[in-house]
Design a protein. Sequence first.
Length: 267
Amino acid sequence: MGAAGLSVPSSRQAEVWRRLAEVNDPELDEPVTEMGFIERVDVGADGSVDVDFRLPTYWCSPNFAFLMLDGVRKALDALSWAPAYRVKLHDHMFADEVNRGIEAGRSFGDIFAGLAADHDIGALRETFRMKAFKRRQEAVLVGLRAQGLTDREILGMDLTALDVARFGSNEAEKQKPRYRAALLERFPARRPAEAAFVTWEGGRIPDTALGAYLAELRSVRINMEFNGALCRGLKQTRYKEVEMIDGEPTLVDFILDRVPERAAPGA
């Protein structure tokens, strides 16, 4: 038994899940564990790790699959005991190519290079980093406004002041460390005495324009939340039978081609 009273496999299982929870769906900025994309984690007696990964639809973009699977790889590479591991993609249009490539020892980058050759993965990754930055920043800004701070006070905060700020909103409290991490990833040389809130490009936000700026951030969040709700719905219903509402199939059933043909009249 370990110091915490857990067997070694159990403590390692917990560490795997903790690391995987740091991998986000790039489009939604939500952990793949919360989205239900990680279906199974198994830690063997020898320390090896098996992960089963399933996306919400068969036709999910290979670019999104690459970014998430690459995040899973990095999470597993960061495990404290440096295990051998296997990641298996299930029920995706490129699952066979991906799984064969992994078994052959190819990197995700090599596997997906031929599947998404016409896309700039680096640029796509940067776009999603920008959206995550804006979504997290909006939650913190709205949370500070709810605390009664003026726009001038908020935009005058430096990182030190942000670190000690407290929120009544759970969402703002949750997003504060995530926003801070995104800010320092974007501007790694930023010092504690520098402004806590800047645009993605690094520009100053005038306190007289915070309302308009928040409207822009809100539109980003709403788009991400809509995509997230659709994604969860597709994942939740993917393997269920056709569900009827008022006697009719749902939109998801039509999307997933689960609606049987109607019998001809009089048949």
